[in-house]
Write a protein that binds this ligand. Structure first.
Ligand SMILES: Cc1cc2nc3c(=O)[nH]c(=O)nc-3n(C[C@H](O)[C@H](O)[C@H](O)COP(=O)(O)OP(=O)(O)OC[C@H]3O[C@@H](n4cnc5c(N)ncnc54)[C@H](O)[C@@H]3O)c2cc1C
Length: 316
């Protein structure tokens, strides 16, 4: 089959990679280079966030965990397993996600920063997207994909490529492309600072000033964050930057002297339920497989959704 994949973020490239295994002819169409996608700027740590429905997200995230752990084990550029610490002020219940992660245990007292009474230690994949996304993109090209850099206004605009199937991985912009009123932005702001030597990823999902996370990477630390539903503004907010720095210094006091390297804002593709399904009505005579609406979990569930999308294509 000739398959047009719309989108070159994590969803589009992961799906294209799977389709190419099936020896299909794959054309990847995107409005912008991969460096301009939401996927490229994501903190990109495995952790199910703001995506549903819960049972499907659990299956997709477990599949993706195994995939990413496998990539880390063979030294794939930008993918590694990362020691992690989730912090709590009050005694927490054992979280649902604990079954899916590696080496889960309660944190010892001496592993907790001041102000925290409880914590869990575990290991999850951390993906450095500025390294991994170009790697994945090059793999897709090497496997024979054709690339077209073009913005489309409607799915019909893809007709000149004569697709047998279209796979729609347009992220947030799927809202206007297929007139889906259920899609909405979830604004996220992150601050990059110099890494003072941290190696453990730390999070407090219930910090009084808003969620807080510190993800150490090779050349920086990604500090977050925010999940502002319905917000479209991509200009960094200076007060929010200060708040994020304050929260994260509580999680990791070693960050106190770290230079700020930059602040970025991305719009997560929110939807009550991630849409992975076959649609035979969107384009006359051409089946469309949708794969969008991954919220704050595109890296966490991306491979699972790609496998399911490729299976929907294979079943045609
Ligand atoms: C601050 C922040 C932190 C995050 N941290 C994490 C995290 O730690 N873990 C995690 O799992 N997730 C995280 N996410 C969420 C994750 O980034 C998204 O879920 C994911 O990037 C969605 O990927 P996508 O490929 O579906 O969409 P995108 O990356 O947005 O890609 C969409 C693609 O579609 C193309 N496109 C769209 N419309 C058109 C059109 N009309 N014509 C042509 N091309 C079009 C675009 O050019 C682009 O190539 C974070 C997001 C943000 C903003």
């Amino acid at each position: 089959m000739r398959i047009v994949v719309l989108g070159s973020g994590i969803s589009g490239l992961s799906t294209a990679a799977e389709l190419l295994r099936g020896r299909h002819e794959v054309i990847v169409v995107s409005a912008e280079p991969i460096t301009a996608t939401t996927s490229f700027l994501a903190a990109a740590v495995w952790f199910p966030t703001a995506a549903g429905p819960p049972d499907r997200v659990r299956d997709w995230s477990e599949t993706t965990f195994r995939h990413l752990a496998g990539l880390a084990a063979v030294g794939t550029p930008g993918v590694r397993m990362c020691a992690s610490l989730a912090l709590y002020r009050d005694e927490p219940a054992v979280p649902e996600w604990s079954r899916s992660v590696r080496s889960f245990r309660s944190a010892e007292r001496d592993e907790l920063p001041p102000g925290y009474g409880f914590g869990f230690r575990f290991e999850v994949p951390l993906v450095e997207m500025p390294t991994y996304l170009p790697f994945l993109s090059a793999r897709v090209d090497a496997a024979g994909a054709r690339r077209v850099l073009r913005a489309v206004r409607r799915l019909d605009d893809l007709a000149d490529l004569s697709p047998d199937v279209v796979v729609n991985c347009a992220g947030l912009r799927a809202a206007e492309l297929v007139a889906d009123p259920e899609v909405y932005p979830i604004r996220g702001q992150i601050v990059r600072v110099a890494n003072p030597g941290l190696s453990v990823s730390i999070r407090d999902e219930a910090h009084p000033l808003g969620r807080a996370y510190v993800h150490p990477r090779a050349n920086d630390c990604v500090l977050g964050g925010s999940l502002d539903t319905g917000e479209w503004d991509t200009t960094p907010n200076a007060d929010l930057t200060e708040s994020i720095l304050r929260r994260c210094r509580e999680l990791a006091p070693a960050l106190a002297g770290s230079a700020v390297l930059g602040t970025v804002v991305g719009l997560r593709p929110g939807r009550r339920a991630v849409r992975v399904e076959l649609d035979t009505t969107a384009l006359p005579g051409i089946p469309v497989v949708h794969n969008y609406g991954h919220g704050g979990s595109g890296i966490t569930i991306g491979h699972g959704c790609a496998l399911e999308s490729a299976a929907l294509v294979a079943a045609l």
